[in-house]
Design a protein around this ligand. Structure first.
Ligand SMILES: Cc1ncc(COP(=O)(O)O)c(C=O)c1O
Length: 421
């Protein structure tokens, strides 16, 4: 089995209608080319690439996105091929498919395949960094205080084990601006600082961090950088050759709309000699850092291959167009929420300091009850945040949403805040 077989496997899906016992799947060939100025009709055609029923409005991309039909189809077809003939001979082509995804990931992030590790998710990617660096007593790690546990708790736990120190750089609300953060990190660096770990876009309130500028300030002082991209990979038109972090992490099942349990860890060439692999087993990748870092034993290669298909769909639509669309929908949400009496928005009013994650407190209404009611009565899916630190509802639209979705959500939220749930 060789590259040609893999190419043939991909081609079959495009040629024949793909049927499961009860479902005919939309095909990516149904999607028209992206117009210079994409209108609602075009985005509605994008929506049709997904198998979610039309009446379901998902505004929870920050948590988990649906896979598109082309991704599901390739996942099913490749899995079926493997399980119909699980011989090593038949499975050999899956290795080519996995390397094809690495190539697509490199193109997507504008780096080289030699710098890409295909992991299970952002959590694993972040932890491969916090476990793999040689940090000892006397070393310091600087974290933005609003990091996800996979980049915050993980560093704190490893500090206990390896003896280094973790320091937080506070993240005030509302977002104090890019200059504030560049300055705050630059000032917090000491001769002991080894790494800065930030979340590119926070999952809590959707604050965007000046990743490129923080990475530059760190690099100029000989400090490594880990950018958690769980909320920007597949949303923003991220260019790692421009941002130049040492490490960047992301998950397939969020904004890229890929399969579950796939992720990426980018390791800059210049950082590869500074980090140890954490898992040594069989079946590593074939190029660059994946040869030492990706030997995780048997993988779900059909899912890794379907991950590539998710990137291909986004590339076909246009990554800049997807970023623009998601930000525009988020701005429509922001503007609508800001007109609702009682809604207290935690996300920055400055469009440049946010992207497509918005959170707000819905007046005196219980956020969990509101989210449940929105889902059960209005078929609108979103997330909640409990506790006392910026609690409320989180809405995160993506390129499969339409302006009609946003209007529906705003009308429902307005009604429940005014009349109770
Ligand atoms: C900023 C951030 N980092 C990491 C993660 C963890 O992602 P995963 O569960 O895919 O590992 C999340 C999940 O929401 C996140 O928002």
């Amino acid at each position: 089995m060789n590259r040609r077989d893999f190419a043939r496997l991909l081609a079959i899906g495009g040629a024949a209608p793909f049927l499961t016992p009860s479902v005919a799947w939309p095909k990516s060939s149904d999607l028209p080319p992206t117009p210079a100025l994409p209108d609602e009709r075009f985005w509605s055609a994008v929506r049709d690439q997904f198998v979610m029923p039309r009446e379901l409005t998902m505004l929870n991309a920050a948590n988990l996105c649906p896979s598109s039909a082309p991704v599901l189809e390739l996942l099913y077809k490749t899995t079926r091929d493997m399980d119909q003939d699980p011989s090593q001979d038949n499975r050999a082509k899956l290795g080519d498919g996995r390397e094809n995804t690495r190539k697509l990931l490199a193109e997507f992030l504008r780096v080289t395949p030699e710098e890409i590790v295909i992991t299970r998710n952002t959590s694993e990617s972040n932890n491969l960094v916090s476990t793999g660096l040689d940090l000892k007593p006397g070393d310091e790690v600087l974290l933005s205080s609003d990091n996800h546990p996979s980049n915050h708790t993980a560093w704190q736990e490893k500090a206990k084990r390896f003896g280094f120190t973790v320091k937080d750089v506070p993240t005030p609300n509302p977002h104090p601006g890019f200059d504030y953060y560049v300055d705050a990190f630059a000032k917090a660096i000491t001769p002991k600082t080894r790494l800065i770990g930030i979340t590119h876009l926070t999952s809590t309130v959707g604050d965007l961090f000046p990743a490129k500028e923080i990475c530059r300030a760190a690099r100029e002082r000989g400090v490594l950088t880990l950018v958690d991209g769980a909320q920007t990979f597949g949303l923003l038109d991220v260019d790692l050759s421009d941002m130049q972090p040492d490490f960047y992490s992301g998950s397939a099942h969020k904004w890229p709309c890929g399969p579950k349990e796939n992720g990426v860890l980018y390791i800059n060439k210049s950082a590869q000699s500074k980090i140890w692999a954490s898992i040594f087993s069989a079946y590593p990748g074939r190029v660059g850092v994946s040869r030492t870092f990706e030997g995780f034993g048997q993988r779900d290669e059909p899912a890794m291959i379907a991950f590539g298909e998710a990137l291909t769909l986004q590339t076909k639509i246009g990554r800049a167009a997807i970023e623009k669309r998601s930000r525009e929908l988020a701005t429509a949400l922001y503007d609508g929420l800001s007109k609702i009496d009682g809604a207290k928005i935690w996300t920055s009013p400055e469009a440049s300091r946010r992207a497509a994650v918005l959170s707000f407190q819905p007046g005196g209404v219980d956020a969990h009850k509101l989210a449940t009611t929105l889902y059960q009565k209005n078929r609108i899916g979103c997330a909640t945040r409990g506790g006392t630190d910026r609690p409320g509802l989180r809405l995160s639209p993506h390129f499969y949403n339409t302006h009609a979705d946003i209007d529906r959500a705003l009308a429902a939220i307005k009604g429940y805040i005014a009349n109770g749930v």
